[in-house]
Design a protein around this ligand. Structure first.
Ligand code: JE8
Length: 459
């Protein structure tokens, strides 16, 4: 590959004689030439700048000087794809994707501006015609004094992708921004000897020799770092590249993955009185989806009007001795909720006698189900809501005894719901009848022992 850099500070690029880039040049993999722009100036002061038209502070680099310089550099016939790169704070961001693209070119010319930049006609002029691509690029949102640092960055980033420059091609694969196994994630932390330094030990797993566990730990670390430092990268993750463990790491940090979508931040928090309108809307949208098909619209609507109105939610939210509401919220609004009904007495038993027996007179709270917008089914939000509901109930004391059981009723025909409650630790413990409008429905009652283990008879 051929790279030409044009600058008023050629010495700035002396560093490109060092290390891997220097070696690539000596090996002939990279033909890098650095030019002094002033060689194309025409007065005895070798002037390259002038005052800006329209007024204002500073100086602008003259297009005629740049034109002669670039025409000369481009006069060398280089076969293949040619790109003129113009570093500028107003350019497109230089990313690994762009670097990979540039590494596929045959000739790069980097035009390093200084002062207030290069007369805008230069980039326009060279954009015309098919023989040369012009890319105005920026390293990032901070102010430098000129384009030389960007030229260093481009040369180093591109050169290491050229065949034979980086000794071990595997080190190319594992990188943060590459489309490799850690694609789209920041790098995991690395350690070497000594195994203990300054009172700090290297994480045990890295000394275990257990390959799979090391790989998992590194993946967890990469995810955790990315979540903490780069929400933009998390939002861009491909859901197909995220396994169960990835999803649980993300969930611990408040990111959930709706099927087929990239991760979305979801906050699970206690419901507050101002949520009652939004909760009623959410309930009206989600309750019908949990109803069996034989239920009439009228019965469903009657239930919603009676139990899931804004007024009812306002009552629930105003009475924390009796009700606990948890909501799942995105930037777009509420996407799920749970309602827990606390017992008034330790003896207040759920519907059926066999359930009462199971409860052993421990206070039992009713999880009046988990409602979720369908988009978030299978995203892990239900699990997070359930965990929040459990935590909410954990320190509630009734008649001097802690709530020991969380139970729920779910329509006997809704196998999908039963399976997911089972997965969450609930076991079937009985049946009940449940009134929806004018229809008396069969519910399966399931329960979980909050003191550990399952409340039921197991499977
Ligand atoms: C530059 C630069 C990149 C980045 C690149 C080229 C040429 C108009 N401004 C010019 C006013 C303040 C000083 C600027 C100096 N300057 C800066 C960059 C860059 N690539 N990420 N930040 N800054 C030039 C002149």
């Amino acid at each position: 590959m051929r790279i030409d850099v044009v600058t008023i500070f050629p010495a700035y690029l002396d560093a490109l004689e060092l290390s891997l880039v220097g070696k690539a040049r000596r090996d002939g993999v990279l033909d890098l030439r650095v030019h002094d722009l002033r060689d194309w100036a025409q007065d005895r002061h070798r002037t390259v700048d002038d005052t800006p038209f329209g007024g204002g502070a500073g100086m602008v680099m003259r297009p005629d000087v740049w034109g002669r310089a670039l025409d000369d550099v481009l006069a060398d016939e280089v076969h293949g794809r040619r790109v003129l790169l113009v570093p500028t704070p107003s350019g497109e961001r230089l990313t690994q994707r762009l670097v990979e693209d540039l590494a596929g070119a045959d000739h790069l010319v980097v035009a390093c501006g200084r002062y207030e930049g290069i007369d805008a006609r230069v980039a326009e002029h060279y954009s015309v015609g098919p023989s040369l691509e012009v890319r105005e690029v920026s390293l990032g949102d901070y102010v430098l004094n000129g384009g030389e640092v960007a030229a260093l960055v481009v040369v180093e980033a591109v050169a290491r992708l050229l065949p034979g420059v980086v000794g071990n091609p595997e080190s190319l694969v594992e990188e943060s921004h590459a489309t490799g196994p850690q694609g789209g994630l920041l790098e995991y932390p690395v350690y070497t000897k000594p195994a203990e330094w300054a009172g700090r030990a290297v994480p045990d797993v890295l000394l275990s020799g257990h390959h799979a566990r090391v790989a998992r730990w590194r993946r967890d670390q990469a995810l955790e770092r990315t979540v903490r430092r780069r929400a933009d990268l998390v939002r861009a993750l491909d859901p197909d590249g995220l396994d169960r463990d990835d999803r649980s790491v993300l969930a611990r940090h408040g990111w959930f993955v709706p099927p087929g979508e990239p991760p979305v931040p979801v906050t699970v928090r206690a419901g507050r009185p101002p949520d009652s309108e939004a909760l009623a809307r959410l309930a009206a949208a989600t309750f019908p989806l949990a109803c069996p098909p034989h239920l009439s619209q009228a019965d469903v609507q009657e239930f919603i009007a009676t139990h899931l109105s804004p007024e009812r939610f306002a009552e629930y939210l105003a009475d924390p001795d009796r009700y606990r509401v948890q909501v799942a919220e995105t930037a777009q609004g509420l996407v799920g909720y749970t309602l827990v009904v606390l017992p008034r007495t330790a003896q207040e038993a759920p519907y059926a006698a066999d359930v009462a027996a199971l409860v052993h007179a421990r206070p039992a709270a009713e999880l009046s189900k988990i409602y979720l917008l369908p988009r978030f089914h299978g995203s892990g939000v239900a699990r997070a809501l359930l965990e929040a509901a459990r935590a909410e109930v954990a320190d509630v004391v009734v008649d001097g005894r802690p709530v020991g059981v969380l139970w729920l009723g779910t329509n006997a025909t809704n196998r999908r719901a039963q399976a997911s409650y089972r997965k969450a630790g609930f076991a079937p413990v009985g049946r009940r009848r449940f009134q929806v409008g004018g229809s008396l429905e069969d519910d399966v009652v399931m329960a979980v022992d909050l003191t550990g283990g399952t409340a039921g008879h197991g499977r």
